[in-house]
Ligand binder design. Sequence first.
Ligand code: PLP
Length: 472
Amino acid sequence: MRYISTRGDAPALEFEDVLLEGLARDGGLYVPQTWPTLSPDTFENIRGKHYASVACDVMWPFVDGAIGRDDFERIVCGAYSKFRHQSVAPLVQIGPNLWVMELFHGPTLAFKDVAMQVLGGLFDHVLAKRDAHLTIVGATSGDTGSAAIEAVRGSDRADIFIMHPKGRTSDVQRKQMTTVDAPNVHNLAVEGTFDDCQALLKAMFNDAAFRDRTHLSGVNSINWARVLPQAVYYVAAAASLGALNGGAAPRFCVPTGNFGDIYAGYIAQKLGLAVERLVVASNQNDILTRVFRTGDHTLGDVYATMSPSMDIQVSSNFERLLFDVLDRDPRKVQDLMGKLKSDRTFKLDADTVAKLAETFSAHRVDESETLDTIRKVYKQTGYLIDPHTAVGVAAAWHEMNATDAAAPMVVLSTAHPAKFPDAVEKATGVRPPLPDFLADLYEREERFDVVENDLTSVQRTIEYAIQANNPR
Ligand SMILES: *Cc1c(COP(=O)(O)O)cnc(C)c1O
C-alpha cells in the first residue's frame, strides 16, 4: 500500500515513512493511493471477536507489506491491554434507538488513547528497526497532548514536545500533560489559541532544514497512522448492533474538531462498512456545519466553549475528504487551500455540497443546549456525559427529529465526564470523581515552559531541549 499527498507534490510513500513523516512535504496530507476493501467474509466473521482482533483485521490492508502480521498483532494487543474496560469501546443505550459508544477507557480518559496507544507501539517498532531517534511535536486543544505523552513517555527513541494554548485547556487536561515526569517529555504553553499552535506546528513541518535537523514527526491527526486506528470502533459498534450480520446499518454522530474522528468513519465506509449516515456535531465553532450545509468555508474567530477540544476553525482532516470529493485532483485541493490562506475563505460549488450530503449531515449546538443536554440525559437515565459527548447527543437528537430513518444512532463519547467536571456539575449538581488511578492528579507537580506565539522562539526552545536531553 502506497500513500499519496492531497496536494500532489510530495513523493508517494510506504506506511512506515508516512508514519514517521506526519505531514507531507508539500503541506498536504497523506491518503492511500487507492482505497482497499474488506471482504464480506471478513465483516461477517467479526461478530464476537475481541476488540484487538477486530483492530488487526480492519487495519491490516493498510499496513500489509510494511509490518509483519505477528509484530502488528503484538503492537495492537499491547495497546489495548492498557484499557480499563475489556471491550475497549463499549456501547451504552441512552434512549430509544440511541447509543453512546464510550471511547474514554484508556489511560488519559479521552478517545485519543484508542489511536495513540497504537501509534506509540508503531513508533517504537519502526525506530528500533531503523536504530533511529525522533522529535515528536504536537499541538493540542487538550486531549491529544496527554494521550501522546502517555503513549511515548520514557522512550529513549523519541523526545516529545506538546504545545497547548496557555490557559485554554481544562485543569485536568493540563495536569495530565504537565505532571508526567519523564526526561523525554516537554510541555510548551503557547501564548495563543489552538489554531495558533496548529499553525506553528505546520510551519515547523514546512521548514525543511529544521525538520531534517530534528528528525521531526507528528502525532496530530494529520498523521495517517493516527486516524486509521479510529476506523476500527465504527466496525466494532456495527458488529455489536448486529449490522454486520443482516441488521440495519447504523448512523454515527461525532463531536468534531479537527475532523479526524469522523473522517475515520469515512475510512470504515470506504472499507465496505455499511454506514447509514455520518453526522458532524459542532459546538459554537461551526465552520463545519456551514461548509456541509452551504459550501461556505469562511474562517471566523475561535470561541472558547465548554467543549474546548472542539474549539477549532481549521479542521485539517477535512482536506482528506475534499481530496476525494474533488475527484482526487490535487490541483483543485491546492486551489482551495491557497484561497483559504490568502482570503481566509473558500466556497464549494453546489455539486460538491450535494456529494457531501449523500453521506454527511451537520448540526451546530450552542453552549446552553450543551448544558441542557447533559442535564436531560442525566434526568432520563442517571448517566453522566461530558460536554463534548453532549454536543454529539444534541446533534443526534436534531438528526433523529429531522429524519424518520429507523437506523440505530451511535454517538461517539469522546471524553470521560470527570475530565470536564465543572460543566457536568453545573448541569447536574453532581461532580464526577476521577477514577482511582488519577485521584491524586491535583497534588502532582506541574512542569511546562511558557513560549511566545512565535515560530523562532518555539524552534529555539525545542532545539535547546533536545541538546540538553541527548548530549552527544
Ligand atoms: C479531540 C477531541 C474531539 C475532536 O476530535 P477530532 O478528531 O479533532 O474531530 C472531540 N472530543 C474530545 C473529547 C476530544 O479530545
